[in-house]
Design a protein. Sequence first.
Length: 586
Amino acid sequence: MHISKLLLLLPALLASISDAHPLAPYRTFETISSAPRGWEISDESVDPSTPIKLRIHLAQQNVPQFEKALIDMSTPGHSSYGNHMSQSQIDDMLRPHEDTTTAVKDWLESKGFANDLSFKNDWIVVSTTLGQAESLLQTQYKVFRNSETGKKVVRTLSYSVPRNLHSSVALIQPTTLFGSTSAMKSTILRVEDPSVLKSISLSKSKLNGIDAACQSSITPDCLSSLYKYSDYKPTLAKNKLGVNGFLEQYAQNDDLSKFMKKYIPGANNVTFACTSINGGKCTQHPSEDFTEANLDIQYTVSASNPIPNIYYSTAGRPPVVDLDPNTNEPYLEWLEYMLKLSDEDMPQTITTSYGDNEHTVPQSYAIKVCNMIAQLGARGVSVLFSSGDSGPGDDCTSKDGKKRFVPTFPATCPYVTSVGGTVGVQPEKAVSFSSGGFSNYFSRPDYQNSAVSSYLSSQADATTFKNYYNASGRAFPDISAQGSRFHVFVGGYDQLVSGTSASSPAFAAVISLVNNYRISNGGQPLGFLNPWLYTIATEKKGIVDITSGTSRGCTGSILGAGWKATTGWDPVTGLGTPDFSVLQNL
């Protein structure tokens, strides 16, 4: 070869050699322009000797094939419908390529971490200090303060890894994840006048067979009559219902007992199991305000008894008080625990009433969480999340300061069933706070195409607000249920609580009953619901369309912002509310 040609090829050869070496030049892997709204840099210094555990999630193999398999097993009429997978089958399909693991391991060992690594499926834990983590990721950690709560957290806005590892790494945390996980609870109305609470039991009038008092507040009887499962008696089949608890919310047995005594007087000694995840507690302090936890468990237990209910108490949340950089948003901790469960211990239905504004969650983290939720679906689990309580958004400002509707995560994950809210029984209509819209992270899945395209092409809202949302994004919610003025016992007293926090457990209870019916008759659990909901369940009238009511949001930001409920799918009530009497036969 001529010297001149060799010189021309030399840069490419050197780049190739460099990229194959664990010490290849660094490039920015993830960056955010600023901390999410509400967070500001503190002048407090970071102690470089502070211990930290970096979690490096590796890129998985065969993700498109896995996603296709999930959709196939969840689509009625497909030859593999209902053929759910074991976790070992999922792990075998998605396991990172050996070269991926080796490349990342070589990089870490070259940086002196050979004795500080632990390996778990598709992720590596690096036990180190903040100072060493800064060197490893070529970044700088800062103390950030939440202006609303005053609490602080240690995070960074950008970090780097060797450029040859960008295709091998899916996520490294804790780094850019701030999070602001909150219960989807819009209002708590403490009723002072005992006659208001008493009126439920005194009411004699009916609206289409439903107690007229249900027009103003909701009890278990209201839901069972409205959604037509009052005559179904569940059995003790191999069926469980899971309720997620975060943010130090603990369901109380004493409040459940009082609730059941008043509203389900025939049920005696009814309780629930509590499982601790990541050090989460099962504290019993009935005098404290555990409104969210009590709401969830009282309405799942009252509808599904004697189906076993499990309250999963997961610790960990930002912001943190003590600047512990290891305190992550709890979804990964919860998911890692759940995916290790045996089929015998796995609940078939799970409801979660928590979420974040989507743009406050790094996209890499959102994708990882969503992919793990997909694995639950492949295991035969129906995963439901509240859609949120801010209509099209709260202040409707994106992270770059532009006026935009604000979607809710994980409700925007294509592999969850997102539940919006309704109010009233004659007619049942959209409740104003029910969140919905379109994801900026996830594209619209095929199972939604027909329903959402029809909405976008026919509704005035879709045109009026076209500059404020991503029309090609995953649309939410998928379905809805009652969400306003639920009777809940908190601290020993009956109160009224509103929010899609109520809607998700209400719909989840119906799905748990459908699963109970299927399993009792030798069938498989429903698993991932959405392909079924958008086809058979809707076509056969198992989902009742909600066509009135409007959401409201974007206070002081976007004039008149809100979505109207209409015929077919809409971004406030989704496809509509359940009719168990039809669903159980589908």
